[in-house]
Design a protein around this ligand. Sequence first.
Ligand code: ZN
Length: 213
Amino acid sequence: MVAVTYVRDIGASRAFYELLGFGEHSSGRADTSAWLALHRDGHYVLLASTRPPLDIPRLPLLFYFFFDDLDAAVGALEAARVEVAHMGHPPHALGGEVKLLDPDGNTVLLGQRERSASQPPAADDQASPRFSLLKEAAALVEARGGTTVMCQVSDARGAPCGKRAEVKLADAAGDTVWTCLAHADEILVTVRGSFIASQDEPGIGWFLSRRRG
Ligand SMILES: [Zn+2]
């Protein structure tokens, strides 16, 4: 499998992915397009660019790379002044998980599957993969200008939550709710079939409006 992404500037993206240990496999260039295949440990990423550049919407998650030694990878990134956010130690990355943005603003997550003997036990195991997805969704909402809606969940006594809503959840019955991250996490755990409502999907309304012509 080869992962492909369109980028604005192949040179800038090459420098970024080289920091993650990728090296050039092959490349090509034409009048209105260019591509660069990078590889690392048998994995390939193909960067492509067009002129004029394609208008590509921001996605909540683009690439997840696992490393045997995450601390070394993060050290190389920080030495190159790339901003790295530590995301805790979710079950799929007991050795740690970090988030960064590639030169096009796409999210890249790096993880280490198992805790190594030299690492201290994690103190932040509440950072589940579900919670990192929620943070991704909230970051996307924020990038679109954020919300002014308050969390629509009340506590057990009926008092409103009082926090600003950060994500929208939905279920198969069509109910939706804007919530803070803590309440979103609680709903995703408690309500089977609930999911994070994407702000990017045109939705069923779009489908129906096309059928009406
Ligand atoms: Zn809340």
